[in-house]
Design a protein around this ligand. Structure first.
Ligand code: BYC
Length: 315
């Protein structure tokens, strides 16, 4: 391709981004746009399937049949989200096997939040309320992201995450209004999950290496700090409503900004977890690798079945 032809394609691409016309899989796109989408969408897909593990851990111990059914449905929804996102990512010219290999080898990331343990039933409430709550805030703007398959996947994902957030909040509300032991359990879960949830939005805008370019391409529609602030402003009144206290001594309503001021985030802890040294990183990856290996016979069976069907069609 000549330089002039490339320039024409680049100009047409930039114009589409400017006019909010979605980029679709067969459209021309800069290689960096393609790569950065593979990075973000695959990190998102990996987060969904690794995110099943801390919650799946409680399916057999849910305190009632109603809670068990709701949790089972939630964990299945996360598997579905992973599948839409892997499919969206595959439209960018990378295979599912390559994506999973990156996860297993640790060259692709997944959300830091899923490297913390779920110690009590209240943790399931805290994850639904805080983690799914954070996920919704992060993902609603992504329904307007510039890459078509990602934006469309986000529509259903966001609807389902809203159910998850409500079921988590309901668990917390019941515990907070229950016996003193139950309230204590809810408070303890909030204490442990609050700061990791705030960290989910990623490094500050000043430290974020990808935000500026991703905002230009309209991959990200809001910055990490904007989303984090939105989460805090939305969640603090919910904690107040159920009588739990947010574990931040510096948290204070700022009348001028009409927003909460909050205390310093432990970025050292965040990077430790991102780099693989969180409480459950090794366990999570080992479990995923074992699930992949143990599922080989299912994939082989499905491939053999598909191949047989193709042969039948051909004769
Ligand atoms: N954990 O330049 P930055 C869910 C990495 S919700 C681990 O700001 P970017 C779920 C980042 O990848 C969770 N790593 O990056 C909810 C980059 O490293 P690389 C998943 C993180 O991409 C409930 C470096 O730090 N949601 O699935 O502009 C139940 C510098 O960061 C984290 C999504 O993935 C983190 N928290 O912004 C079940 C949403 N934060 O890649 C499941 C889509 C940053 O250069 N993703 N890093 O090696 C996004 O919106 C953005 O990718 C992020 C990061 C805001 C996460």
């Amino acid at each position: 391709m000549s330089e002039a032809e490339l320039k024409t394609l680049e100009t047409a691409f930039e114009q589409k981004i400017q006019d909010d016309v979605r980029i679709e899989p067969k459209d021309w796109m800069p290689e960096k746009y393609r790569k950065t989408h593979i990075r973000q969408i695959s990190q998102h897909a990996h987060s969904e399937i690794v995110g099943m593990l801390p919650e799946g851990n409680w399916i057999t111990r849910a305190p009632s049949l109603r809670r068990k059914v709701a949790l089972l449905a939630k964990v299945q929804d996360e598997a579905g989200h992973g599948l839409y996102l892997y499919s969206a990512c595959e439209t960018l010219g990378i295979s599912r096997d390559e994506l999973l290999e990156q996860l297993h080898k640790g060259t692709a990331k997944y959300s830091s939040i899923f490297n913390y343990p779920t110690l009590t039933w209240a943790d399931i409430g805290a994850i639904g309320w805080l983690v799914d709550g954070a996920a919704i805030i992060n993902q609603v703007p992504l329904m307007n992201t510039s890459y078509g398959p990602y934006a469309r996947a986000m529509v259903r994902v966001c609807k389902e995450e809203s159910f998850h957030q409500r079921q988590g909040f309901e668990i917390m509300m019941k515990l907070a209004k229950g016996t003193s032991e139950q309230k204590e359990m809810a408070q303890d879960a909030l204490n442990r999950w609050w700061w990791p949830s705030i960290m989910m939005f990623g490094p500050t805008d000043a430290e974020s290496i990808h935000t500026a370019q991703s905002m230009k391409w309209k991959l990200k529609r809001k910055t990490n700090d904007e989303l984090r602030q939105q989460f805090i402003d939305q969640t603090v009144p919910q904690a107040d409503l159920i009588g739990l206290s947010v574990p931040d001594a510096d948290l204070k309503w700022n009348e001028e900004r009409q927003s909460y001021d909050f205390g310093p985030i432990d970025w050292d802890e965040f990077w430790q977890v991102v780099k693989g040294h969180g409480p459950c990183n090794k366990q999570r990856i080992n479990t995923r690798v074992a699930a992949y290996e143990n599922g080989k016979w299912v994939r082989d069976g499905a491939m053999a079945h598909a191949a047989k069907k193709e042969v039948r069609k051909a004769v």
